[in-house]
Write a protein that binds this ligand. Sequence first.
Ligand code: NAP
Length: 243
Amino acid sequence: MRILILGGTEEARLLADRLVAMGHEVTTSLAGRTTDPLLPKGNVRVGGFGGAEGIASFLKSERIDRLVDATHPYATQIKTNAVKAAERAELRLVRLVRPAWHEPQYAFWKHVGSSEEAAAALPRGARALLTVGHTRLEVYLARSDCSFVVRSIEPPDKPLPVNASSIIARPPFFLGGELALLQEQGITHLVCKNSGGVQTEAKLAAALQLRLPVLMIARPTLPPAHEVPTVGQAIAALRLDRA
Ligand code: NAP
């Protein structure tokens, strides 16, 4: 079968590897945001499609049989476009989304609905570790009464103001390193998305151990789709034995 995977996550890469090993013709699509990304087996295409229409034409011209949206849980636009494109092309879409993290007992999580809410929730004088990628950084950095350490895979698009410094690092992260980072940088608050998965969860254990508050930005609401939490379940949901 010819399968298009919308990727940019570890699960997308693992899924492509498994499907290629099963003998399917797999193309993974990457947005092209990360320089030197880890590449999956099979074909890789890079860059936007030009909206839902663009994905639908690609599905048609490449004679794709199945579509998997394995993009990050917060990649709202591409997820919405995937649903529309699958409807237009009348083919099966499976959305692979890793389960969200759950607040452990005795943790200090404040659940917020947006970056704006997270930024507003920081008390004056807070020193926050921002692990939100490049999303709405300016909203936090405008808080001149707070200071920030911005950790991201790619450097920030713009120079940071004097109240912020940047750390470039790529997951996986582990507890020892996360504890050291939080302590050495004098962090008082952790701000993050509920990305789920094991690669970046050590920061939550470290925050819990140090009794630091976490501002957890809620996952976005997405249009309905056949959603599964694991690579194995995605393969089953693709119904690759049927036309
Ligand atoms: P987004 O806001 O949902 O998408 C913006 C636009 O980028 C889409 O409309 C599409 O352009 C293009 N695009 C996104 N993912 C693509 C893909 N896999 N293949 C081809 N084009 C893609 O996405 P985002 O939040 O910027 O995330 C971009 C990529 O980074 C995603 O692939 C996601 O899996 C990965 N990622 C995101 C986050 C996060 O926190 N958002 C974290 C880790 C990894 P066109 O409309 O032109 O097709």
